[in-house]
Design a binder for this molecule. Structure first.
Ligand code: PBG
Length: 326
């Protein structure tokens, strides 16, 4: 029998045809670059487990953001490494704390030209490495931590953050932060909630980047989500939206594409995904050995995250990918 064969290869024949019918394309404005700024150093320090990433000085951060801005990157998210850590993480909300100082620098350099996001958490600032304050039994005290998050939000908003991004996974954190911001006139400061954040081994290299060790070999399983579940992520997102989140995040990204795609289908707000340190370092390590083409794999991974439904991607590859797109 002679039936017409469906010729799937016709539209794959040339690069121009493939470009024309591509369902997704990456653009630098889809990327949020995570950046680290460290207090009390004179030179940027390379982060060994994250090749190409640095703990910046205030000065080198300004230079880095200038380059990212020129490349068309949409936003940066800042993480601070203070010189002194303490039990209550007080440098996180100190008006002169390192992230507050860096936000003010960048606001004065770039005006409203690039979106400034501040990660809002305590683990980089506490001597025990947890994302909240401890109670008398060494557990993380949810509601006392919320009071501190509110103070951090005000310090970051005052310093010039467009968006604060609570990443500590305390119950009620978005509501507490929204209330504090509105109560002090920061009604235009947006909240990007790390809503569905999982307790995963993929954050390993990040803890080197911010010099965090959790006291007593502890972990974050009493506040971050269990990797075995996806339904709970939707409930976390629903709660954060009810409390006033403007954007929501799924983290990590590649290992949770199912959650990203479900979140995209279920909610009508911008969905961000965090392509985390471990996902970055694995590709770098294999590329260093010549086992794969790192740039090509990075492109495919970020494309997969967008295909799953993320509107914006936090990725350490932001700069490399944007450079390749110029
Ligand atoms: C907590 C925070 C972490 C990351 C972002 N914010 C670490 C953690 O929860 O242990 C991880 C990011 C990455 O791995 O790239 N403030």
């Amino acid at each position: 029998m002679n039936f017409p064969q469906r010729r799937m290869r016709r539209l794959r024949r040339t690069p121009a045809l493939r470009r024309l019918v591509a369902e997704h394309r990456l653009h630098p404005s889809d990327f949020i670059a995570p950046l680290f700024v460290r207090e009390g150093i004179d030179e940027p320090r390379p982060i060994v487990s994250m090749p190409g990433q640095f703990q910046h000085t205030r000065q080198s951060l300004r230079a880095e953001v200038a380059e990212l801005h020129t490349l068309g990157i949409g936003a940066v998210v800042l993480f601070g490494v203070p010189e002194h850590k303490d039990h209550a993480g007080s440098q996180a909300w100190d008006p002169d704390g390192i992230v507050q100082a860096a936000l003010a620098d960048l606001r004065s350099d770039f005006g409203d030209g690039i979106v400034l996001i501040a990660d809002l958490c305590m683990d980089e600032y506490t001597d025990h490495g947890h994302c909240g304050v401890l109670d008398s039994r060494g557990g993380v005290d949810n509601d006392t931590t919320l009071e501190i998050y509110a103070r951090i939000a005000l310090a970051q908003a005052t310093a010039g953050a467009d968006i604060v991004a609570p990443s500590g996974m305390m119950d009620g954190q978005v509501g507490a932060i929204r209330g504090a911001l509105d109560g002090s006139g920061f009604t235009q400061t947006a909240i990007l909630a790390y809503s569905a954040k999982y307790a995963t081994a993929l954050y390993g290299p990040f803890r080197d980047a911010v010099d965090v060790t959790i006291a007593g070999g502890g972990d974050r399983r009493t506040y971050q989500q269990d990797v075995a579940g996806a339904r709970e992520a939707l409930e976390e997102i629903r709660l954060d939206l009810a409390e006033g989140a403007d954007m929501v995040m799924v983290k990590p990204a590649l290992a949770f594409l199912d959650v990203i795609s479900e979140a995209r289908r279920t909610f009508d707000v911008p969905v961000a995904a965090y392509h985390v340190s471990g996902e970055y370092s694995m590709v770098c390590a294999a590329a260093e050995r010549g086992w794969l083409d790192g740039d090509a794999v990075a492109h495919e991974h970020v494309l997969a995250i967008r295909r799953a439904g993320a509107d914006v991607v936090l990725t350490y590859f932001a700069r490399r990918l944007a450079e390749a797109m110029q």
